[in-house]
Each structure stands twice: as structure tokens, then as C-alpha cells.
Design a protein around this ligand. Structure first.
Ligand code: FAD
Ligand code: SIN
Length: 522
């Protein structure tokens, strides 16, 4: 097996991974490994923006209040405090690297999204994620201090004597294995939206980092909380195209098939209520419309505003025969964000020494039971910076010590199961959508567990391709989500149980998973 030795290895090239890599590269060697191409990230697709309390009417305290309220009792207040108070410094750094946010006159333009009491979201048209990602990639290229390895699929973490000492990867082009040996490993591998048949998440979001960390002995938490976005364009595509909440912030209405604004009277903020509430009301409206679509109505917003503020949506809808200044936009909820993940402390440490997690793969406690819109790009920026501060101090103390070599044996055998990976993946995505989606019940979750158990054998086979490893990771993470969803016998935030429709204060606690079980569903 080839070996590459470095100080720090980062798995993932989204906002969390690249911002961490740039920061550490000022002082130490760093390698970023990523499956696919550098820009193939959820970050690239982010539309709405980054929430930061910078207007004179706003304050970190108000941002904290809205985040805690959306989180429905399960946020870690200390983590949220850090998020909101370090936000403007991180944004300043991003602007320093050349990221361009929209301005209105001499002030940064701010938009409003669900759950925010006031306009607080910095944006770059409706393509904020690609602006941030492109800025980070440009900087990494210019600085030349970050070693980037594209098309490297991380298979597993290597833990030796209780410390994480590296990552084993497969070169997606040659199939060769490469061991990255390092003093610290940062997981920044994103979420798991691809577990669902209707999702806004790109193909890379298969929960690999969560599965790897779990196999290595890390603690995962809050896995039952999968956030659905209310307004994905209701057209058959994988992933679904998102219609940003900022369009509702600009005044767009949600209408049912009879043209009624079904959110009025359902929440004081109507269309701008928290995402979980809007999503559930949409499901109700869709049922009342016999499964037919519900609509986003932007026809009363001036055409120039639509074209200027939402150019990506304008263009995409046009290409699909929808003129958003005249036509209603058919929309439907789609799996959007994995709230749970690898449990970390306030500096991104996991329970495994020298293993850190940041971004969507991590569970910092910031989002509680329901993530407030546009808090996740920010979470990546804020907590990656904190991880690097921690690692820098540690590496500075150890600077004279070379990376300790270790010998590892890792075989990737040929699969003995003849599987159609695409078919298996579609099967899993449909199962999760039908039984572990927006509304859950004991009978549905037990059925999902029984079905997943039938796939246990897949977890035991050693595949020889990224498709096989992804399928294993997806099955493993699906098992964790289903078990957690069955365990939480109440409704809270994005976790809605038809058989336990109320919140129950005795459930103000977290479900955690650890130690690799033999089976998916235990
Ligand atoms: P990602 O950006 O997903 O990056 C993950 C990286 O890990 C990728 O490089 C991937 O290739 C790599 N990776 C994964 N598995 C492996 C493996 N096995 N081996 C090697 N590499 C691997 N949030 C907001 O705050 N504001 C928004 O406006 C917003 N809009 C959104 C719109 C859409 C359509 C979507 C999908 C999400 C949106 N979000 C938004 C959420 C936000 O974009 C993500 O939570 C955030 O970008 C995650 O960043 P990340 O760096 O953790 O992961
Ligand atoms: C959006 O633009 O609606 C997405 C924002 C988010 O997911 O935070």
C-alpha cells in the first residue's frame, strides 16, 4: 500500500474541510482528500446564505434566541453561543479571501429566512455556496500550501493505541490503496441526504464519514433528526433542485391546489415559520390535494427583483418551462440536512484522540432538534477554526516529533456478492423515504428495521469499489437513523412521530450510538 505522511489529513473539500485546511496550512503540512472532484460538495449547492448578526437592529443574542427556539430544547447553548459570537469574525475572514456578498447601497444586503425574526442572511445572489467554495478553492490553489488529492475515496480511519493516526483511501481511478499517516485527522465529509429518494443533496452525501467514525469507535449523536427542506422543485431529478427559503423571505406565498395560503393561521410567521412546521403543513396540504403538488407563488414580486436576486432559480425554472414571474412553482419537501453526526466537544474533538469532526458530519449540538436556516455554512467556518486553534497548540508542542510510523494491514477483497449497487441504493432510498421520512410511526420504523436486517450480509462483504463502500456506509447510517427514530418516543423538531405527536420533557436528552455492532439494526 502506498503511504503519504503529513501533519494533518482532512477528509472532505467543502466549506468545513477547506477552511480548516487553509488555516492549518499557514503553519503545518496538510493533505485534503476528497472523493470526486474538489468542488463536488453540498457547499457548492448552498443557495440562501450565511446567517450572521451584523445589522444595527440585530445582535448575537437575538441570533442565539432564534437558533435555540428552532432547536426545540435540544441545542447545546454553549455551542450556539460560540456560533453566533464568532460568526462575524469568520465572515470577515471570508471576505478577506475575496468572497463577494451582495450589497445594498453601502451596507451588506441581508435576506430573511424561516425561523429568523429579522433579515440576517448574507448572500451572493442565490448561489452563496458556490461563491464561498470557489473562493476557498482559489485560495488553496494560490497559496499552494494545501496538498489536494481528488478522487480519493476514504474507506476507513486507522486507530492505533486509542489515537487516530490516519485514513485509508482508495484511488478511484486506479483502485490502489493509499494510507495517509498523520498526527491529526479532521473529518469534514458532509451529510447523508442521499439516504432518501427525494433529496436536495448531491451524490457525494452518503454518510461515509459517519460510518467510518462509527466503525472506528467514535460516538454518534442525534441521528434521528433529519431535516427536510419544504420547497424543492417538484420535478423528478436526483438531487432535487432547491427553491431557496429566501424567496419566501422576499414575500413568496405557499398555496395549496385550491390556491389557498395554507400557512396563514398555522404559524405566526406564516410561510416563514420554522422548517419543520412548514414541512409538516405541506405534507398535510399535499394529502388534502390527493397527493398533488403545492405551489410557491412569487408572481406578485417584481420581475426585476426575481431576476436580480434569484438568477439561478430564474434560469433553472425557465429551462424547465416555468416563468416564476407568471407561473406558480410546484414544490415538495426533500431530505436536506443531517442534524446528527459524530459527536464533538466545543473544539471539534471526538471521543477518539486526534480525531476531529466539523461541518455536516459533526454533531456539535448547535442545531438541536431542528437546524435554523443558513446556520450550517457558518457552523463549518466557526468550528473548523476552533479545531485548528486546538491542533496548532498541540502540534506546536510536538513539532520536533516526527509522525510516528505504524504498520497496517488492510485488504480489499473482491466482492463475493453479485450486487446491482444502483438498484440496492434505490431500494434503500425508497425505504427511508417511505418509512423514516417526515412522519414516522412505530410500525413503519419496525418494518424498516426488519427490511434493513435482510441486508446484513452486505455489511460483511469486502467490496472493491467505491459504490460498494458507499452502499455499506449508507446501510450502516440508515440503521442508526432508524434505531434512533424508533427510540425517541415523542415528537420534537424535525422528528415527528404520528404515534407520539406531542413533545415530552422527559425526552430533553440525546440518543447516542457507539461501538460497531454486528448488524445494521441491532
Ligand atoms: P460538504 O460541502 O458536503 O463536503 C463534503 C466533502 O466530503 C466533499 O468534498 C465530499 O467529496 C467529501 N467526502 C465525502 N465522503 C468522502 C469519502 N468517503 N472520501 C473522501 N471524501 C469524501 N446551508 C447554509 O448554511 N446556507 C444555505 O443557504 C444552504 N443551502 C443549501 C442548499 C442545498 C441545495 C444543500 C444541499 C444544502 C444547503 N445548505 C445550506 C447546507 C450546507 O450547504 C451544508 O450543510 C454544508 O455545505 C456542508 O459542508 P461540509 O463542508 O460539511 O460538507
Ligand atoms: C435555503 O436557501 O433555503 C437553504 C438554507 C439552508 O439550508 O440553510
Amino acid at each position: 500500500m502506498d503511504k503519504i505522511t503529513t501533519d494533518v489529513v482532512v477528509v472532505g473539500s467543502g466549506v468545513a474541510g477547506l477552511s480548516a485546511a487553509l488555516e492549518i496550512s499557514k503553519q503545518f503540512d496538510v493533505a485534503v482528500i476528497t472523493k470526486g472532484k474538489l468542488e463536488e460538495t453540498a457547499t457548492w449547492y448552498a443557495q440562501g446564505g450565511v446567517a450572521t448578526a451584523i445589522s444595527p437592529e440585530d445582535s448575537p443574542k437575538l441570533h442565539l434566541k432564534d437558533t435555540l427556539e428552532a432547536g426545540a430544547g435540544l441545542c447545546d447553548r454553549r455551542a450556539v453561543d460560540i456560533l453566533v459570537s464568532e460568526a462575524s469574525d469568520r465572515i470577515g475572514e471570508l471576505i478577506g479571501l475575496g468572497a463577494k456578498f451582495d450589497w445594498q447601497g453601502d451596507r451588506i444586503g441581508l435576506s430573511r429566512e424561516g425561523g429568523h425574526r429579522l433579515a440576517r442572511v448574507l448572500h451572493s445572489g442565490d448561489a452563496t455556496g458556490s461563491e464561498i467554495e470557489a473562493t476557498l478553492i482559489r485560495t488553496a490553489n494560490a497559496w499552494r500550501s494545501v496538498q489536494v488529492f481528488e478522487h480519493r475515496f476514504a474507506l476507513d480511519l486507522v486507530v492505533d493505541g486509542g489515537r487516530c493516526v490516519g485514513v485509508i483511501c482508495m484511488d478511484e481511478e486506479s483502485g490502489r490503496l493509499v494510507f495517509y499517516l498523520a498526527k491529526a485527522v479532521i473529518l469534514a465529509s458532509g451529510g447523508a441526504g442521499q439516504l432518501y429518494s427525494v433529496t436536495t443533496n448531491p451524490a457525494i452525501s452518503t454518510g461515509d464519514g459517519m460510518a467510518m467514525a462509527y466503525r472506528a469507535g467514535a460516538v454518534l449523536a442525534d441521528m434521528e433528526f433529519i431535516q427536510f427542506h419544504p420547497t424543492a422543485l417538484d420535478q423528478d431529478s436526483m438531487p432535487r433542485f432547491l427553491i431557496t427559503e429566501a424567496l419566501r423571505g422576499e414575500g413568496a406565498y405557499l398555496r395549496d391546489c385550491n390556491g389557498e395560503r395554507f400557512m396563514v393561521g398555522r404559524h405566526p410567521l406564516a410561510e416563514l415559520g420554522p422548517r419543520d412546521i412548514v414541512t409538516r403543513e405541506m405534507i398535510r396540504a399535499i394529502k388534502q390535494c390527493n397527493g398533488g403538488p403545492v405551489y410557491l407563488d412569487a408572481t406578485h414580486i417584481p420581475k426585476d427583483t426575481l431576476k436580480e436576486h434569484f438568477p439561478t432559480i430564474w434560469k433553472h425554472c425557465r429551462e424547465h418551462g416555468i416563468d416564476i414571474s407568471k407561473d406558480l412553482i410546484p414544490v415538495r419537501p426533500a431530505a436536506h440536512y443531517t442534524i446528527g453526526g459524530v459527536k464533538t466537544d466545543l473544539d471539534g474533538r471526538t471521543n477518539i484522540v486526534d480525531l476531529y469532526a466539523t461541518g455536516e458530519v459533526a454533531c456539535t449540538g448547535v442545531h438541536g432538534a431542528n437546524r435554523l436556516a443558513s446556520n450550517s455554512l457558518l457552523e463549518g467556518l466557526v468550528f473548523s477554526k476552533r479545531i485548528i486553534k486546538t491542533i496548532k497548540t498541540k502540534l506546536a508542542m510536538e513539532q520536533k516529533n516526527p509522525v510516528q510510523d505504524i504498520k497496517i494491514g488492510f485488504e480489499v477483497a473482491r466482492s463475493k456478492l453479485d450486487l446491482d449497487f444502483k438498484k440496492e441504493r434505490r431500494w434503500l432510498q425508497k425505504l427511508m423515504m417511505d418509512y423514516v421520512g417526515v412522519a414516522r410511526s412505530e410500525s413503519g420504523l419496525k418494518y424498516a428495521i426488519a427490511e434493513l436486517k435482510k441486508k446484513d450480509e452486505i455489511l460483511r462483504v469486502e467490496f472493491s469499489s467505491p459504490e460498494g463502500f458507499e452502499l455499506q456506509n449508507m446501510l450502516l447510517v440508515a440503521g442508526l437513523i432508524v434505531r434512533a427514530a424508533l427510540g425517541r418516543e415523542e415528537s420534537r423538531g424535525v422528528h415527528y412521530r404520528e404515534d407520539y405527536p406531542e413533545s415530552d420533557d422527559s425526552w430533553i436528552r440525546h440518543l447516542e450510538h457507539y461501538v460497531a455492532e454486528e448488524t445494521i439494526a441491532g
